[in-house]
Design a binder for this molecule. Structure first.
Ligand code: G3I
Length: 398
């Protein structure tokens, strides 16, 4: 009898232990029939109505109904019930998407959310289509990183933005340090753009053919391309891209052109000049790497000015950073700022889509570039949705 009672207790314990999900395991969501509690040291966190996950941490509120489900600790959190891509589609936009990068694709918890087409209908490889990754030695091409992102997007039915053909940064030294004649560099640019665009032809919605050509005062950036070819490198690259994939939308992408000013004017003039010469140009990318509380006041009128040229416009790299630590007040202002940016795009038909420059603070580029700043994304580093998420939804519903 004593033995039997002990066995019952042991059996009950084993059953309970087996009923707990492991760290990063699923613990709830519509249709989920498995364990709804998590192993010690993790908390069942609702990521959306279809997926709750055991994330590292401890519950800050008493579990209700025997479950250890909680939302974003004590910080203000998201309560929206619609996915970001669903909200964008309902607003008539072509997509809502996220940048991603190859090292992150080994993070199961990260990929689980990235794969959700209710959130992301589009991906941009953050690094793996750049020149240093795709043509590290002259004539030696490596498509492996870009293929990985494209194949993931195809499996999910997500669009892809190609990023990028010609940029002053992340160039291999054989390009940045080369000493070329105009004829040599013309051939190099044509070969590079033509080869990478044709490799992914049919799989890419739009290409950032030219990235960041201007200084902040609107003058041309001094780099190997401009210094050797003058402004001719722009039409050269666009024409090579068009020939390589006639169906991809061809963009020029830049930052600090989101509000009116010298740099935006330079970009408007470049697009008008290309159009007058019959050079293919389909769109402009507003990167939108913003700071909480410091949005350009002319964002919407500037979107209108660019789309009035008959091109489409996309918000290509949105994030809104803050000085850490993230306070409730900063998170609330960030929510308002995301809503303002999305609302500006929503108000103009020619603004066709929005990409955030990765969706989680865990993989944001911001902290390593701006010391003491971060928390720029709509999901925090534990994959919990922030108020910013609700700001995006509200922007698409405005
Ligand atoms: O590939 C090397 C790796 O071999 C090395 O071990 C590692 C050590 O730090 O560095 C790796 O390179 C890093 C690269 O990302 C790939 O991870 C570089 O140091 C790092 O500087 C680079 O940062 C990228 C940055 O562009 C470079 O300018 C960011 O991830 C990427 O998000 C960022 O994206 C840019 C857009 O392309 C254009 N607009 C601005 C945006 C933010 O800077």
């Amino acid at each position: 009898m004593r033995f039997s009672a002990s066995f019952s207790v042991l059996f009950a314990f084993v059953s309970y232990a087996a009923a707990q999900s492991a760290e990063w395991g699923q613990c709830g969501g519509i249709g989920w029939t498995g364990a709804t509690t998590c192993v010690s040291g993790t908390v069942c966190t609702e990521l959306n109505s279809y997926y709750s996950q055991c994330l590292p941490g401890t519950a800050t509120t008493a579990p209700s109904g025997g479950s250890s489900t909680t939302s974003a600790a004590s910080a203000p959190s998201s309560t929206a019930t619609v996915g970001l891509a669903v909200a964008a589609k309902a607003a008539g936009k072509t997509y809502f998407g996220s940048a991603t990068d190859n090292p992150e694709l080994t993070d199961t918890a990260y990929v689980t959310i990235l794969n959700q087409t209710s959130e992301f209908m589009q991906l941009t490889p953050g690094n793996s289509m750049k020149w240093d990754a795709t043509e590290p030695e002259q004539g030696v091409f490596d498509f492996s990183g870009g293929d990985q992102v494209v194949n993931l997007a195809k499996a999910n039915g997500q669009l892809v933005r190609g990023h990028n053909c010609v940029w002053y940064n992340q160039l291999p030294s054989w390009v940045s340090g080369g000493s070329f004649t105009a004829a040599e560099l013309t051939s190099i640019v044509q070969t590079h753009c033509s080869t990478i665009v044709s490799h992914w032809a049919g799989d890419i919605y739009s290409w950032d053919v030219i990235n960041e050509p201007f200084n902040d005062d609107g003058t041309w950036r001094s780099d190997v391309f401009y210094n050797t070819l003058g402004t001719d490198y722009v039409p050269l690259a666009l024409q090579a891209a068009r020939a390589a994939d006639p169906n991809a939308k061809l963009y020029i992408n830049d930052y600090n052109i989101e509000g009116s000013g010298a740099k935006a004017t330079a970009m408007l003039n470049l697009i008008k000049s290309l159009q007058s010469q019959g050079v293919p140009i389909d769109g402009v990318g507003f990167q939108c790497h913003f700071i909480v509380g410091e949005l350009p006041s002319t964002l919407q009128t500037n979107i209108e000015a660019f789309t009035a040229l008959g091109i489409e416009l996309a918000i290509t790299e949105l994030d809104i950073r803050m000085t850490l630590p993230a306070t409730d007040a900063l998170l609330e202002q960030q929510k308002q700022d995301y809503q303002t940016v999305i609302g500006a795009c929503n108000a103009v038909e020619g603004c066709i889509g929005v990409t955030i420059w990765d969706y989680t603070d865990k993989y944001s580029w911001v902290p390593s570039t701006f010391s003491g700043q971060g928390a720029a994304c709509p999901w925090d580093e534990n994959f919990v949705r922030k108020p910013a998420y609700d700001g995006i939804v509200a922007g698409f519903q405005s």
